[in-house]
Design a protein around this ligand. Structure first.
Ligand SMILES: Nc1nc2c(ncn2[C@@H]2O[C@H](COP(=O)(O)OP(=O)(O)OP(=O)(O)O)[C@@H](O)[C@H]2O)c(=O)[nH]1
Length: 354
């Protein structure tokens, strides 16, 4: 793999790992903060050493910041964040044991962490964390000889309510925002894959797929459909005499004028370089010729502010669809041949496929 591409991919992975840690940061603050009240509601009703209160405070209110800081500084933020989620599960197991498996707070912590893990890492992470949590809880219950106390008092129930009520709404909101962003990215990728970057018209690959669709539609409904190929005359000279950026401006201008001239139903694409193509459904070759003539006169009246002497001239080849064209390639070749004739016959003109 080329070194530059490898560096780019590594950077992308690093950034997406940091974004993952960022997404988990706020839910962890809210989840562990409200979770501390669940655990505290049980601890307060029993004699609890100061160090355990301190541990609860550290886990509930300090650990989320350490976890985020650790992931951000890690060489592999994604793996670091996955380890943080596993650490959350282990802490959860510790608190479930310390509460003697008190039913409501334990179930609340188990369910909220499970929801978080499944949304962050799918079933795999969920099951790994569940196993870690249950193992730690049972081991601690046995080793530390903690009594089994599943009954929940009304006071403990009330202190579990903040976590039960706030955390799912919060996590739901984070998940919604993430899926919105994914949908936006998908939309952007779709645009990039079908559009030409300079003009915003369809790119060649997508345009050709639409050409196939139009050919099929012609065969089924027999409505007149005409294909036009357009090429700027002496474009190389524009680049050479005025510079590449003026060349680009000329391409953009032609794209804009094409959009103004053609109908909304016409399918316009940039073939690459200074070549454009348009499919005109429900149009005869005569109507296509009139459209190109309108385009030529618009271009004659288009000025480049910094180069008032510069005008763009185009040549075009037209091919109306008929039964001779067996495939889209045949149809395209017919228009290409007509364009070649237009160039050969002196440029700045339109020729029709015979
Ligand atoms: N500015 C600019 N130039 C491009 C772009 N893509 C291709 N070109 C240039 O466009 C020129 C294409 O020229 P041709 O179509 O081969 O020839 P021409 O000068 O237009 O001559 P005729 O088509 O025979 O009239 C080449 O010099 C390419 O380098 C682009 O995106 N921007």
């Amino acid at each position: 793999m080329p070194k530059k591409l490898h560096t780019t991919l590594v950077n992308d992975t690093h950034h997406s790992g940091i974004r993952f840690a960022k997404r988990t940061y706020l839910p962890r603050i809210v989840g562990l903060g409200t979770g501390s009240f669940c655990v505290g509601s049980v601890m307060i009703e029993h004699t609890t050493p100061v160090w355990l209160w301190l541990l609860l405070f550290l886990n509930g209110f300090i650990w989320p910041h350490i976890a985020y800081w650790k992931a951000k500084r890690s060489a592999s933020p994604f793996n670091s964040e996955i380890n943080n989620l596993k650490a959350d599960a282990i802490f959860g197991g510790i608190w479930i044991a310390m509460m003697g498996f008190n039913a409501l707070p334990s179930a609340t912590i188990f369910a909220m962490m499970g929801m978080n893990n499944i949304s962050a890492g799918g079933q795999r992470l969920f099951f790994r964390c569940v196993i870690a949590q249950i193992t730690v809880a049972i081991a601690l219950l046995l080793v530390a000889d903690i009594p089994f106390m599943p009954e929940t008092t009304p006071f403990q129930l009330y202190l579990c309510l903040p976590m039960i009520m706030i955390y799912p709404i919060f996590l739901g909101n984070v998940t919604y925002r993430t899926s919105r962003k994914l949908a936006e990215h998908k939309q952007a990728i779709m645009q990039i894959s079908v559009r030409d970057g300079l003009t915003g018209l369809y790119n060649r690959r997508h345009w050709e797929s639409l050409l196939n669709t139009e050919l099929e539609s012609f065969r089924r409904y027999r409505h007149k459909t005409t294909l036009v190929l357009i090429d700027i005359d002496h474009f190389k000279a524009i680049n050479d005499n005025y510079g590449h950026s003026v060349g680009d401006q000329a391409i953009i201008l032609l794209a804009q004028e094409l959009q103004h001239t053609m109908r909304a139903a016409d399918i316009i694409g940039r073939f690459g370089g200074d070549e454009f193509a348009a499919i005109l459904p429900h149009s005869t070759e005569l109507q296509a010729r009139r459209a190109i003539e309108r385009l030529q006169s618009r271009l004659d009246n288009s000025l480049f502010p910094q180069h008032p002497d510069l005008r763009i001239h185009i040549s075009a080849g037209i091919a109306e669809c008929d039964d001779v064209q067996e495939t889209a390639t045949h149809w395209l070749n017919a228009a290409d041949h007509a364009l070649y004739e237009a160039k050969k016959n002196g440029r700045n003109r339109v020729e029709t496929a015979s």
